[in-house]
Design a protein around this ligand. Structure first.
Ligand SMILES: Cc1ncc(COP(=O)(O)O)c(C=O)c1O
Length: 393
C-alpha cells in the first residue's frame, strides 16, 4: 500500500470576500448574548422586530397559512413568485404581473438588485445614514457607494444630490427612512425624480415602511415617479404587516427599460428555486383583505403612543435626534464629549444591559457620535433602558 504524505496546505479560513460581509444590527447580538450568559438582563433595542414587542401580525396571514396547509402547495413555487401574489401586487403597483418578482423578504430583493444591476466601480447613490444592508451589498458587488445628505428638515438635500448624481447607475431611496424616521414630502420626492430623469438615473425605492407614516402625509411614490423615471418599488410583509418571520417580499419594475435586468433577476430567482408557497398564498390574501386599513390604523396609533413616550424619555438626556415621523427608529447623537467612538459607547451600553446599534453601521458619521434605537417596546422598557444608559452619558 502506498501512503501519500500530503501536507495540507490550505487553511480552513473564510474567503477574502467575507471581509466585506457585515450586518451591524445583528452582529452586536453576539456580544449581547455573552453579557446575558454572565447573568445580566438585556434590553434589545437593536432590531425592528415588531412581534418581539407585542405588535400582532396582520391575522389574515396566519389564518390563510393554516387553511392552505391542507391544499397542494407542497412543491416548489414558481421561481419568480406565485401567480396570484404577483397579480395582487401588480394591481397595487399598477404594473403588469410579469413586472413583479416575489423574494424572501425585501432583503433578497436588495441582494438581487445589486447582483443584477451594480457592477464593478459603478456608482450607486445611497442616503446617509443608510440601512446597513445597502452598504454591505454595494461592497460585495464592488459598487462605488456615494452618499447623499438630508437637510435640517430631514428631507433629501436636492442641491447636495445634484452635485453627486452625474454618472450614477442608480439611486436608493428609503421612505419612511430607516434609521432617521424621516418621511419625504411629495414635493421633495418630485424634485428628486426630476433630477433623476434629467440624468437618466433609475431609482430603487425601498417601501418597507410604506404604511407607517406617523406624522405628515403618506405619499405614493409610484404616482410621483410613474412615466418620469424608471424605478423599482420594493416592500414586504415584515413591517407593514408585522410579520417578518414570513420572509415574504416583492419588487415591481416600472418603466420600459428593465427587460434585460428583469431577465437577470429571473435567473437569480431560478437559482434559489422558490420562496415558501404557503406564505405567498397568505400574502396574496393579506394584501387584498378589506380589514387591513382598520388593522394598520390601530398599529399606527400604538406606534404614535410609543413614539411620544420615547421622545419624552430620551429628550431628558443629553441626546439629540430628529423626531421620527415614520417607521420605528431614532438615530441619536450623543451631545456630551465623553464618547469619541460609537462602538465604545455601544459596548459600554451593553455593560449597562442595553443593546443599540453603533451609528457608523449606517455609514460614516462625520459630525459626532451616533447610535440607533428602536422605540417599539412599551414605555416602561424604554424608561428602564434609557435610565440605565444615563449613567454613562
Ligand atoms: C429599510 C429596510 N429595507 C429592507 C429591510 C429588509 O426587510 P425584510 O427582508 O424583512 O423584508 C429592512 C429590515 O429591517 C429595512 O429596514
Amino acid at each position: 500500500m502506498i501512503h501519500l504524505k500530503l501536507k495540507r496546505k490550505l487553511p480552513y479560513r473564510p474567503t477574502e470576500r467575507m471581509n466585506v460581509v457585515s450586518y451591524p444590527i445583528r452582529d452586536i447580538v453576539m456580544e449581547a448574548k455573552r453579557e446575558e450568559a454572565k447573568g445580566r438582563k438585556m434590553i434589545y433595542l437593536n432590531i425592528g422586530d415588531p412581534p418581539q414587542y407585542g405588535f400582532k401580525p396582520f391575522p389574515v396571514i396566519a389564518e390563510r397559512v393554516k387553511s392552505v396547509l391542507d391544499e397542494n402547495f407542497k412543491g416548489y413555487a414558481p421561481s419568480e413568485g406565485d401567480e396570484q401574489l404577483r397579480k395582487t401586487v401588480a394591481k397595487i403597483e399598477k404594473c403588469r404581473p410579469e413586472d413583479v418578482f416575489v423574494v424572501a423578504g425585501l432583503t433578497e430583493g436588495i441582494d438581487f438588485f445589486f447582483h443584477s444591476f451594480i457592477g464593478f466601480g459603478e456608482k450607486v447613490l445611497l442616503p446617509n445614514p443608510v440601512y446597513p444592508l445597502y452598504l454591505s451589498k454595494a461592497k460585495q458587488f464592488e459598487g462605488d457607494s456615494v452618499f447623499y445628505r438630508h437637510d435640517a428638515d430631514g428631507q433629501i438635500d436636492v442641491k447636495n444630490l445634484s452635485r453627486k448624481i452625474e454618472g450614477a447607475k442608480a439611486m436608493v431611496i428609503i421612505n419612511p427612512n430607516n434609521p432617521l424616521g424621516a418621511v419625504y414630502s411629495e414635493q421633495n420626492l418630485a424634485e428628486v425624480v426630476h433630477l433623476c430623469s434629467e440624468y437618466d438615473v433609475p431609482i430603487f425605492y425601498d417601501g418597507s415602511y410604506d404604511q407607517l407614516t406617523l406624522q405628515g402625509k403618506q405619499v405614493d411614490f409610484r404616482k410621483i415617479a410613474q412615466k418620469r423615471v424608471p424605478f423599482i418599488y420594493g416592500s414586504s410583509l415584515s413591517k407593514d404587516f408585522n410579520y417578518p418571520g414570513a420572509r415574504i417580499g416583492w419588487v415591481a419594475f416600472h418603466g420600459d427599460k428593465w427587460e434585460e435586468v428583469k431577465n437577470a433577476f429571473f435567473l437569480l430567482c431560478n437559482q434559489r428555486l422558490s420562496v415558501n408557497w404557503e406564505y405567498q398564498k397568505a400574502a396574496a390574501a393579506a394584501i387584498a383583505d378589506p380589514s387591513y386599513p382598520a388593522y394598520i390604523a390601530d398599529i399606527k396609533k400604538k406606534l404614535m403612543e410609543r413614539r411620544e413616550a420615547f421622545v419624552k424619555i430620551a429628550g431628558k438626556l443629553p441626546l439629540s435626534f430628529p423626531v421620527p415621523n415614520g417607521a420605528f427608529y431614532a438615530f441619536i447623537k450623543i451631545e456630551t464629549r465623553k464618547w469619541k467612538k460609537d462602538l465604545a459607547f455601544v459596548q459600554a451600553a451593553l455593560k449597562e444591559g442595553v443593546v443599540f446599534v453603533p451609528g457608523s453601521g449606517f455609514g460614516r458619521q462625520e459630525d459626532g457620535v451616533y447610535f440607533r434605537t428602536t422605540f417599539l417596546p412599551e414605555p416602561h422598557i424604554i424608561e428602564e433602558a434609557f435610565g440605565n444608559i444615563k449613567r454613562i452619558l
